[in-house]
Design a protein around this ligand. Sequence first.
Ligand code: ADP
Length: 379
Amino acid sequence: MDRASYFSNSRRIVVKVGSSVLTGNEGLNLKAVRSISRQVSRIIDQNREVLLVSSGAQAAGTRKIGLSRRPDELPKRQAVAAVGQAGLIMEYEKAFARYHKKVAQILLTNDGLSHRKRYLNARNTLYALLSWGVVPVINENDTVSVMEIQFGDNDNLAALITLMMDAHLLIALSDIDGLYTKNPAAHADAALIPVVTQITKEVEAMAGNLPGSLGTGGMVSKIEAARKLASAGIPMVIANGNRPNILLDLMSGKALGTFFVPKKSRLSGRKSWIAFNLKPKGVIRIDSGAAKAVCKGGKSLLPSGVIGVEGEFQVGAPVAFSSNNRILGTGLVNYSAADIRKIMGLKTSRIKERLGYKPYDEVIHRDNLVLTADASAEE
Ligand code: ADP
């Protein structure tokens, strides 16, 4: 499929607006809020559905409280976000009302989405809003999110929402035209990359590891989001939210920003939940033969290919697996960490003799196994 077709075929779209776009000299950048609301309304009028993931609460709150800069301490940041979130949603409500659209505020925590029941519930709520033509304005629930449970950045949250809602496209708006060969703030010779067909180590290196000045994500988290989506068969584009009519231009097929080409196959809802909503409880190290069988051959993971186990986990836990120190995917295990340590390297026929029982042949059955790295980028 060519690039323009991905856009024209997208009926359900997630638009993520970064804090870099929404932060102005006077706190919240109202011009940006209005421009995005106008464009999103137009896209909805084209008979599409749009979910908005919007940062900007901290920027709005910092100014409202009268602080000169965003506080460093977590509780103060959370407090500032709580103040700003109210103003942010109010401005969206006003801006969308001009186009006869209603908005709904959705605040999410990551631990909410790692419980299957709550995940399904959140999804049903969002489907109901979309069916009424309401625009969900989604943000991380900054007040309750502490280190372990937070999404970390809205790029990741936007990717999870895209997967959860079976959306066809994620548009990430930032203050820059897209991904450059190096950080343009520091290198005058940096060049814009229009298309990324595969997220290789070279692509990762371009993003460096420094987050942007305002956001917490920077390019690193955007590439991480693109990787998740690509492996699930969903395209993503990074584009400049300050460019007038950027969303409308993208939807009409203009080749702007950086486009991440997805893999051909789409993941099922259940598999994407396993891969992206569950936090792995450990890592199973596998040898190159097993990596090939699992990544290229679509096989289950057997004990014979396991060479090490990190962490403690029980039967049914989500566990990552790696080869040569690179995480390849996640799966739900049929054996506990302790049992895998006993049977690793063994042929399936010898499991019973070692453990005294053999409920399964596989350590991870292929139905419960999801590849998250690009297998062909491994070699
Ligand atoms: P947002 O708030 O929109 O999520 P961030 O400020 O977190 O955006 O990230 C965007 C910033 O990432 C850019 O403004 C730029 O300074 C920085 N950056 C670092 N490396 C790159 C790169 N290779 N290409 C583009 N931007 C980069």
